[in-house]
Design a protein around this ligand. Structure first.
Ligand code: GLY
Length: 368
């Protein structure tokens, strides 16, 4: 618990460093230490919600109003994305931000913003395929990635608040289609499923950010675990719990999961044990396990809890936790955005910090 208290205080400090560096219209993206360069983006980028989301989580812990004021400034810049129909990432963008705000520092306007966001996300659903489209394409293909499981939570919220079950049904259909097509017999997942847009038949199973089409990209496995855990929370359908448990089993029994439980960027990376680690996969995994452990029998739950604890403990050591005042204000070092594309390799990332802080909050809550 000492670690958790220290980490929150430290994170609050770091995010003040970050907010003092940010340009007026920018959301933090990553930081390159050699160049002392804090990369930022506009609100349309898939990660724009994580900055206000992290600030709100930290405000919840510290009650420091500077964090809330900055979160509100970032939320104001994000509002227009509620009408963005060109991305499947609206769950990440809007639910991690305005969704957190609804819980932590609510305002009536947030409800409308979230409902409009859910409508925009739902507009990308095609019943022929049974999925929300992840990426637009000019070719005859309908692309769905495992990451998309993370965007469904917004739809459940929308049904709860409006009473309109169509959002719920879309989320369930998407999760069922993904369950059928995205997973291998060992419960690892493909990154991208390419469906025929006319028939909904699978045309190809491949990767984009992983090592190879048949490899298990680490963050993708963590997205799947977290996503099916949310599916179980929201529906109480045991098949989703079973799926989350099986994904957890794949990850935790994998011979390529290091003893410190910080995954390599891909479970099948060719140069293990010298492959790069991915703190983002570790942070998402820790947070997901801290929810999943509550739904499982005590022995399995204890394993999930202690694995998350190990991850938090190791991410809180100097190997991963940046020296105070450095790292552009980001908390954690050593994440991998996309190695095949050569982007964001071994850098801090905004979503790594978000899921780390979420995991700390869950850990604190459950270990009381
Ligand atoms: N959702 C994009 C990524 O995980 O890199």
């Amino acid at each position: 618990m000492q670690t958790i208290t220290h980490d929150f205080k430290y994170a609050e400090w770091q995010y003040q460093v970050m907010m003092n560096r940010l340009p007026a219209n920018g959301f933090p993206k990553n930081y390159v230490a050699g160049k002392d360069s804090l990369a930022t983006t506009g609100s349309e980028w898939w990660c724009s919600g994580f900055y206000p989301g992290t600030l709100l989580y930290l405000y919840q812990q510290t009650k420091d109003t500077k964090l809330l004021i900055e979160a509100n400034r970032a939320l104001d810049m994000l509002v227009k994305e509620q009408y963005n129909k060109t991305t499947h990432d609206l769950g990440f963008m809007m639910y991690c931000s305005f969704g957190n705000a609804m819980t932590i520092a609510p305002k009536p306007a947030y409800r409308e913003i979230l409902i409009n966001s859910a409508k925009s996300l739902a507009s990308r659903f095609d019943p022929k395929v049974g999925c929300i489209k992840s990426w637009d394409s000019n070719k005859p293909e309908y692309l769905v990635i495992i990451d998309n499981m993370m965007n469904l939570e917004l739809l459940f919220w929308a049904t709860r608040t409006t009473g309109d079950s169509s959002f719920y049904k879309i989320a369930v259909t998407h999760a069922n289609t993904t369950l059928k097509n995205h997973f291998r017999s060992d419960y690892s997942s493909y990154h991208v499923i390419n469906y025929n847009p006319q028939t909904g038949i699978v045309q190809k199973k491949r990767t984009q950010q992983g090592y190879s089409d048949e490899s298990a990209w680490a963050r993708g496995q963590a997205w799947g675990l977290y996503g099916y855990t949310v599916m179980y929370r929201e529906t109480k359908d045991k098949k989703y719990l079973e799926q989350a448990r099986r994904i957890a089993h794949f990850i935790l029994t994998n011979p390529n999961l290091p003893t410190d439980k910080i995954p390599y960027w891909d479970f099948n990376a060719p140069n293990i044990p010298n492959a790069m680690r991915d703190a983002s996969a570790a942070a998402v995994l820790a947070s997901g396990l801290l929810e999943l452990c509550r739904y499982t029998d005590s022995k399995t739950g204890q394993l999930f809890f202690s694995t998350a604890e190990t991850i938090i403990h190791n991410l809180s050591k100097p190997a991963y936790l940046a020296v105070k005042g450095t790292n552009g204000g980001f908390i954690l070092l050593h994440s991998v955005g996309s190695l095949p594309q050569g982007t964001e390799i071994d850098v801090p990332l905004t979503y790594t910090d978000y899921y780390f802080i979420e995991a700390l909050g869950r850990y604190k809550k459950f270990s009381r």
